[in-house]
Write a protein that binds this ligand. Structure first.
Ligand SMILES: [Zn+2]
Ligand SMILES: [Zn+2]
Length: 137
């Protein structure tokens, strides 16, 4: 998400965009994004810093922390980012900042359901779907 510094008006700039995870350098190993991210950015330029209020709406696939089944999660994250600018800078790229904030925000533990029974550590049965045959219940 590259922004031309000179094109940020005094009153600020609002950007609404659909971007892919690739565009901000997010890999599937870090966070599995399964639909384009809707990004809204309110960008203000001060003398030597750019402040942006960012809202990212996305659909993600996680693995349940207990049974490892895929879980689809819709969520909206808000955060603010600050980028120092130097007089010679024409373009700032907010992508990397957004990526880092997202990874911080979204590193929550996800369960497929609140009472997920998980996997039997002895036989590997998914206890949501089947009764395990060993005595370890
Ligand atoms: Zn689960
Ligand atoms: Zn078992």
């Amino acid at each position: 998400m590259k922004i031309k510094v000179k094109e940020i008006p005094r009153a600020g700039l609002e950007i609404k965009d659909n971007i892919s995870a690739d565009e901000i350098g997010l890999t599937g190993n870090e966070l599995k994004v399964i639909a384009p991210l809707k990004v809204r950015a309110d960008i203000q330029k001060a003398r030597d810093v750019i402040n942006a209020e960012i809202e990212v709406t996305g659909k993600y696939e996680f693995s349940c922390a207990r049974c490892l089944e895929a879980v689809i999660v819709d969520r909206k994250d808000d955060f603010s980012i600050h980028v120092d600018i130097e007089p010679a800078m024409d373009v700032v790229d907010l992508g990397e900042e957004i990526r880092q904030e997202m990874l911080l925000d979204i590193s929550t533990i996800v369960l497929c359901k609140q009472d997920c029974k998980g996997i039997c550590p002895m036989c590997g049965a998914n206890l949501n779907l089947e009764k395990c045959k060993c005595k370890n219940k």
